[in-house]
Design a protein around this ligand. Structure first.
Ligand code: HEC
Ligand code: HEC
Ligand code: HEC
Ligand code: HEC
Length: 486
């Protein structure tokens, strides 16, 4: 009897995990190019309502570091969280205004409201933010990328000017199967040897997110206008997109250098939110066949229906329910696991970040020496530049990735420790050059407050209460505790 009960229990458990029941009989056909989510919502009102809920704030205080969507309306400023970024990104729009992500509802409004310098590249910004990226590109050809943002944005119908990710970008309207639609992602998956039409069910549950939660490169023309946008995945394979291969692509063409770093004077490339790349590179969860949707869109019971939670957010803000599907440990235990991984990551990120920021200042001083006619070996100068690039791209990769290490803790630590190694080698050479020229590197400061205050049109200031401190207090063995003294 007991045994039968167990078998039945297992049967129900398994059948319960088969995915949701169809929610309601199809009411009407959804046209092939239907962008308006409300039309989809007539057939699928439960998913539609959940999708709209990404506009709502989430209970505050549940995440330790990712508070972008917490209730309370505070804007979390990455430059205040990581003050060294004001030096490392100096000269580019990200050093002016750069905020923590929040709900999907806001992706277009936040793009429109952020400091205008961030829209500088042009229409290309819509590629990730608007469901009109495909039609606009078809209509405008390559002008779509580099024409001024406002001009391209003005072509979107008024009622959709602020519309972010929509049903049509993740679903086939006839079958409701997941699919990827963004041209940039279709090209990207082909590069890693995956035909986008042959992605399996579980693969798609991550690939739909990989349309945006990836890094991309925007090659620039002589006037720094955008020519195109692509995923730097050339030479990589599905499940193995490494930072090393990405850096190879970034360095392969001067056009991939998108900005000029004000402190060092270097032309540099940039890396954006590589959640998919970090996650899929041999992480424990990826290897266990877990998808982005498993953790961020868990099944949810709504009335009589079981649906995927389209109110996409951090699992920490929904009681770790998505984890508990597989992990029997309780909510507090799992939350602490996440916090421990993130604390270790933050501590290491801070050590890498400050080392690189100081090295940038040493390079700035060396450039002044060269300008003043001091003889400095050219091969050493180019070695310094190369080491700096290798170091800073690795740091940016982890800074821009939004899980603070959780998506792949061991790969995160590997990348950060390589970043520190490259920076240390660079530091060794720069300090030697400085001392040979009678400059005491100890006298060189970051002058953070000059970088942190009065930023951009909004005149943004440093928010000291948002600074991420080293949870293990190791950092302050090397740099002053007070931001004003760094
Ligand atoms: C069309 C591009 C796009 C797609 C597709 C997309 N995202 Fe996002 N996502 C964004 C942007 C942009 C933001 C930040 C929005 C903002 O802050 O204004 C974001 C924010 C988030 C957040 C933070 C939410 C919060 O409450 O703070 C999570 C988590 C997230 N996305 C996960 C996912 C997952 C999982 C998928 C796939 C099921 C996905 N996203 C698909 C662009 C996208
Ligand atoms: C095993 C569970 C798991 C998987 C799989 C997973 N994530 Fe996450 N993700 C997390 C956790 C935990 C965090 C940290 C959230 C926090 O600190 O609040 C996070 C953070 C994020 C954030 C930042 C959220 C915020 O509130 O700002 C984004 C964006 C994100 N993940 C996207 C993705 C994408 C895209 C994928 C697939 C490539 C993915 N995640 C796979 C668990 C997961
Ligand atoms: C960022 C991508 C994304 C967007 C945008 C999106 N969905 Fe989904 N949707 C998913 C994923 C992932 C699943 C799970 C699919 C699976 O496992 O087969 C899903 C599943 C569904 C299902 C199947 C039943 C269920 O709940 O699992 C329906 C119906 C659905 N979505 C409707 C919608 C509607 C309506 C919209 C627009 C209001 C929408 N979706 C927007 C990613 C998305
Ligand atoms: C679909 C199943 C599934 C989901 C959902 C899931 N996990 Fe896991 N998790 C696994 C498996 C399988 C392993 C590997 C465990 C093993 O091999 O013993 C693992 C390992 C881990 C580990 C140890 C490995 C590492 O990367 O540090 C942690 C911590 C963890 N999970 C936390 C979480 C958290 C937090 C969530 C929710 C945000 C979550 N998991 C969601 C299946 C899952």
């Amino acid at each position: 009897m007991k045994k039968l009960f167990l078998i039945l229990a297992i049967f129900f458990l398994i059948s319960g995990c088969q995915g949701p029941k169809p929610e309601s009989p199809r009411k009407s056909e959804i046209p092939e190019n239907e962008i308006e989510p409300a039309v989809w919502g007539r057939n699928y009102p439960v998913e539609y309502d959940l999708w709209k809920k990404t506009a709502e704030g989430k209970p505050a205080g549940l995440s330790k570091y990712k508070k972008g969507s917490d209730l309370g309306g505070i804007i979390y400023d990455k430059i205040s969280e990581f003050p060294f970024l004001s030096v490392i990104y100096s000269g580019m729009a990200f050093s002016i205004e750069y905020n923590e992500p929040r709900g999907h509802y806001y992706m277009m409004t936040d793009t429109l409201e952020i400091d205008p310098s961030r829209r500088g590249p042009g229409g290309v910004c819509l590629t990730c933010k608007s469901p009109y990226a495909n039609p606009l590109r078809e209509q405008m050809g390559n002008d779509y990328f580099g024409k001024p943002f406002d001009e391209v944005h003005s072509k979107i119908p008024d009622k959709h000017k602020e519309l972010g990710v929509s049903c049509i970008e993740c679903h086939n309207p006839k079958t409701m199967q997941n699919r990827i639609t963004k041209f940039i992602a279709i090209e990207g998956f082909k590069k890693i040897g995956k035909n986008p039409e042959e992605l399996g069910h579980q693969e798609l549950r991550s690939a739909v997110c990989a349309q945006c939660h990836v890094t991309y490169t925007i090659p620039r023309d002589e006037n720094n206008k955008a020519e195109y946008a692509f995923f730097p995945w050339d030479g990589s394979k599905y499940g193995d997109i490494s930072i090393e291969n990405i850096i190879k692509v970034l360095k392969s063409n001067p056009k991939h250098k998108e900005w000029t770093h004000k402190v060092t004077g270097y032309r540099l490339a940039f890396i954006r939110h590589p959640e998919y790349e970090l996650y899929t590179r041999n992480s424990v969860h990826f290897n266990a066949n877990v998808s982005c949707a498993d953790c961020h869109m868990p099944y949810k019971r709504v009335g009589a229906y079981k649906v995927s939670d389209h109110n996409v957010t951090s699992p920490l803000k929904t009681g770790m329910k998505s984890c508990i599907v597989c992990h029997s440990e309780g909510e507090e235990y799992l939350r602490n696991q996440v916090f421990t991984i993130q604390d270790r990551t933050i501590s290491t990120m801070l050590k890498a970040g400050y080392k690189i920021a100081y090295v940038a200042k040493y390079i700035e001083r060396i450039n002044e020496l060269v300008k003043d006619g001091k003889e400095v070996d050219k091969t050493l100068l180019s070695r310094i530049q190369d080491l700096y690039e290798e170091s800073v791209y690795r740091l940016i990769f982890i800074i821009a990735e939004n899980s603070l290490g959780f998506h792949n803790p061991t790969e995160t630590m590997r990348i950060l420790s390589d970043s520190i190694s490259f920076a240390s080698e660079c530091e060794k050479i720069t300090v030697k050059i400085l001392s040979e020229n009678g400059v005491d590197y100890n006298s060189i400061k970051l002058s953070l407050m000059n970088h942190l205050n009065n930023r951009g049109k909004k005149r943004l200031n440093f928010k000291p209460e948002q600074e991420f401190r080293d949870p293990y207090n190791i950092l302050y063995n090397f740099i002053p505790e007070k931001v004003e003294e760094r």
